[in-house]
Design a protein around this ligand. Structure first.
Ligand SMILES: Cc1cc2nc3c(=O)[nH]c(=O)nc-3n(C[C@H](O)[C@H](O)[C@H](O)COP(=O)(O)O)c2cc1C
Length: 211
């Protein structure tokens, strides 16, 4: 039984390639792990606000000393972290926007990648506090970027997940979606084939490490 957190960020709703491919991945995982639970977050439909100074500063105030305003701001990030931590599979469906990730996904990351909560600064550098989580990245693009310096998404997402301790990351690409001809369909078909063939790993222990 898996607890799957599926995060969409495409502006194209049901026509989105990343949404469709990620959905197929969920169906595959549900077949492999009957009884698994899925939570879906659509950041394009329910966008979080940018992380502004007041909200960030509320995290720095010890919990018992926060006033009502600080409590209501700190709880936004606390709840997203609790949500992440209560799952053991994370699927990020990520279209490329202006050579980067959607800004709606960035603000989610700004709230879950949090010192003292999901990673800790140590004398050896940052240490991830999330254990045993499997992540899948479904990366869709209009053009072709894989393996080039313009693929800013893969390195960034792998690094920021790694910072939190999420190092088991599988990547599925759907590229060239806006290049005309049959490129789009072929690319989506290849991504769907990869979803069917992916090894589905077992993870022993899931949870939090001590800060
Ligand atoms: C605001 C916006 C910015 C985009 N920027 C890029 C880009 O920088 N590079 C690219 O290859 N495609 C870009 N695209 C095209 C999308 O990546 C492409 O349409 C992709 O299929 C979207 O994925 P989805 O179908 O999963 O939503 C952009 C699309 C939008 C709406």
């Amino acid at each position: 039984m898996k607890r799957i957190l599926l995060i969409h960020s495409s502006l194209f709703g049901d026509d989105s390639a990343s949404t469709g491919i990620a959905q197929s991945l969920v169906e595959r995982l549900l077949r492999e792990h009957p009884g698994s639970k899925v939570t879906t977050l659509d950041l394009a439909r329910e966008a979080l606000p940018h992380l502004a100074a007041e909200e960030f500063n509320s995290w720095l105030v010890p919990e018992e000393q926060r006033d009502a305003g600080q409590r209501s701001l700190a709880v936004i990030s606390d709840r997203l972290i609790d949500q992440l931590m209560s799952h053991d599979v994370l699927i990020l469906a990520v279209p490329m926007y202006n050579l980067g990730i959607p800004s709606t996904l960035k603000v989610w990351i700004d709230r879950v990648s949090r010192a003292g909560k999901t990673f800790a600064y140590t004398s050896d550098g940052p240490k991830g506090l999330v254990r045993g989580m499997q992540a899948y990245l479904v990366l869709s693009r209009g053009g072709l970027y894989r393996g080039t310096p313009l693929d800013t998404q893969t390195g960034y997402l792998t690094s920021v997940l790694g910072l939190m301790g999420i190092t088991d990351v599988e990547t599925i690409f759907a590229e060239g979606l806006n290049m005309g001809g049959d490129t789009r369909q072929k690319s989506i078909d290849a991504a769907m084939a990869k979803v069917r063939e992916l090894p589905v790993n077992e993870h022993e222990e899931y949870g939090y490490a001590a800060a």
